[in-house]
Design a protein around this ligand. Structure first.
Ligand SMILES: [Zn+2]
Length: 239
């Protein structure tokens, strides 16, 4: 069973395009991770925290839209940490503004491997004045993807791609490729709970029609088991 699960994951990695950060990264605890405004925020370049908060809420809605995953991000208020701090508090993705080498770079993410956290630096030279708010939101969603442990995808439908996905600046929905990446990084533990877990999810669906190989084989094993048990009991009686 485990082999089959592993195999299906490998197949899905090959079939789609999501790429993991190298070395692999994941948040300390995907079930309770917080996205916060960094201590400096973007106020130095005229963007109030409320604008960052609305982008964070969009990112939370976007990345949480994977019920098959255990990932549950939430907005966590203002962080105690600056983007420039040497480490980021555990299980936080903090977002603020700072200088980046070129205006071609809209944002950049650095993962804190020790704390399972990340910092997202939005380019203060781009997002200032009458900046494009859709671009700001789209970039936050993309950078949070890096904060989760995803690298750039080659699937044009993914928010993690560099290719033109026809959305303009603001992603409209999460693609299957992004979903696959999130499920891979943050699997839903209850669905990986072995036989009991798979039995629960199985019974939720209508039972498919008789499958000769599986049903017959299990029935066959059941009959053998019962006959062995009877033989054992009879054997005990005889002794
Ligand atoms: Zn990127």
């Amino acid at each position: 069973m485990k082999f089959l699960l592993l195999l299906s994951v490998i197949v899905s990695v090959q079939a789609h395009g999501f790429v993991l950060l190298n070395p692999a990264f994941e948040l300390k605890d995907g079930t309770s991770a917080k996205i916060k405004v960094s201590k400096e925020g973007c106020t130095a370049n005229g963007i109030p925290d409320s604008k960052i908060v609305s982008a964070i809420n969009r990112a939370v809605d976007f990345w949480n839209d994977v019920p098959e995953s255990s990932l549950k991000l939430s907005y966590g208020g203002k962080s105690k940490a600056f983007l420039t701090d040497s480490s980021i508090p555990k299980n936080e993705i903090i977002i603020g503004c700072g200088s980046l080498p070129s205006v071609q770079i809209l944002g950049a993410t650095q993962n804190d491997y020790t704390n399972g956290s990340a910092r997202v630096k939005m380019n203060a030279a781009v997002y200032t004045g009458s900046y494009n708010e859709d671009s700001f939101i789209g970039t936050v969603i993309h950078e949070v993807g890096h904060g989760l442990g995803l690298f750039h995808s080659n699937d044009p439908a993914s928010v993690m791609t560099y290719a033109d996905n026809g959305w303009g600046d603001r992603p409209k929905y999460i693609s299957q490729d992004d979903i696959d990446g999130v499920v891979y990084l943050y699997p839903n533990k209850s669905q990986l709970g072995g036989f009991l877990g798979s039995c629960t999810s199985y019974s939720a669906e209508s039972k498919p029609s008789f499958n000769f190989f599986s049903d017959f084989f299990f029935g066959f094993l059941f009959v053998i088991g019962i006959s062995l048990l009877i033989q054992k009991i009879i054997g005990k009686v005889r002794i």
